[in-house]
Design a protein around this ligand. Structure first.
Ligand SMILES: *[C@@H]1O[C@H](CO)[C@@H](O)[C@H](O)[C@H]1NC(C)=O
Length: 334
């Protein structure tokens, strides 16, 4: 072989050799990058399915057994979560929870967080805001608005499937809610971030008087509580929300139909409170099963709560809210 040819072949060979080496080094890099990521995400919360299992069947089961007296809530919430979680939603899911204190608005939010996110309320993708805790100084509203925008944008950039819960929506200072508007709309992107996979829960007492009146009228007319229909309750809420002058109500969210659905929480009757008491006693380890709980004990704890209206004592004033305190109080000397 001529030496020039030899060198040419050698050069090609060497060149290929180097290339192969480069390729294998690069792929090793990718593999190690992927595996270190897998390792990282096996120990640290990441925005992936294993940390966001979205267990809808588990959620449905839990709501059916643990949420008492709210026949309209479970199916509605599951239906919207499922529809939104599947494929590519056209806008963020916005559910507005309405009802008196203690009827289960926060409870449902927590259960959803627990079944959607492995870390539940502790997940870094679940964000809870409360009007009286986070936005209580009216003079700071401009700062609040900026911070809220920054917070949401950073959060959704990190994980498009974030859940935002706004408690006491009816006590939000004006302006805060309007800050949320762009994120709830049908935009494909805002500043390169897609907000359509995000979930917002708005919790408020607004509309609760109208809900209560309707439930009371049903009871007085001998209509079954279960016969109250979603459509009618939604209308009742919407009317009251639009006619009252505060936060949610004057906001354009309602007018622009940015709220996906209104979720009515009915006032709780004594029998529902008793179910909460049974669950509470089991949770605290006094009993193994709600069925074995002593009826006398349940009645005694239920008697500690106040009911309204005065003439019929139908509904619990605070729903199931102070049940846990009453359990401790009564159990002391039962
Ligand atoms: C979903 O939740 C149910 C009930 O809590 C549980 O039994 C089931 O193992 C969960 N499934 C997944 C995939 O986490």
């Amino acid at each position: 072989m001529h030496w020039k040819v030899f060198f040419a072949v050698f050069a090609v060979f060497q060149h290929d050799f180097l290339n192969a080496e480069l390729v294998s080094a690069a792929s090793a890099g990718v593999v190690s990058w992927i595996s270190s990521n897998i390792l990282y995400c096996s120990m640290n919360e990441c925005c992936i399915d294993s940390w966001i299992p979205a267990n809808y069947s588990g959620l449905a089961e839990t709501l059916k057994s643990k949420l008492h007296g709210q026949h309209l809530v479970t199916d509605l919430v599951i239906k919207y979560l499922k529809a939104h979680g599947r494929g590519n939603p056209s806008k963020a899911l916005v559910l507005s929870f309405h009802g008196r204190t203690g009827t289960g608005k926060s409870y449902v939010s927590r259960l959803v967080a627990e079944k959607l996110f492995y870390n539940g309320m502790e997940s870094k993708y679940v964000h809870l805001f409360s009007a009286t805790r986070d936005f209580n100084h009216i003079e700071k509203v401009p700062t609040y608005k900026k911070n809220l925008r920054d917070h949401i944008e950073k959060a959704v950039k990190e994980c498009p499937r974030s859940l935002f819960i706004f408690d006491e929506m009816d006590k939000m200072p004006p302006g805060i809610i309007d800050t949320l508007k762009p994120y709830l709309d049908h935009y494909e992107q805002i500043g390169n971030v897609d907000y359509r996979k995000t979930i917002f829960f708005f919790l408020s007492n607004s509309g609760s008087n109208a809900i209560t009146e309707r439930a009371l009228r049903a009871w007085k007319n001998g209509e079954a509580r279960h016969s109250l229909k979603l459509k009618e309750m939604e209308q009742i809420i919407q009317e009251q929300v639009l006619n009252t002058k505060n936060g949610l109500l004057t906001s354009e969210l309602v007018l622009k139909n940015l709220i996906t659905a209104y979720v009515p929480f009915l006032p709780l009757e004594r029998c529902h409170v008793k179910q909460c008491i049974r669950d509470g006693l089991v949770e605290r380890g006094y009993y193994l099963d709600a069925e074995y709980v002593n009826d006398m004990l349940v009645r005694e704890i239920a008697d500690e709560l106040t009911y309204f209206p005065k003439d019929v004592s139908l509904f619990s004033v605070k729903g199931c809210k102070s049940v846990h305190d009453k359990i401790v109080y009564v159990k002391e000397d039962f």
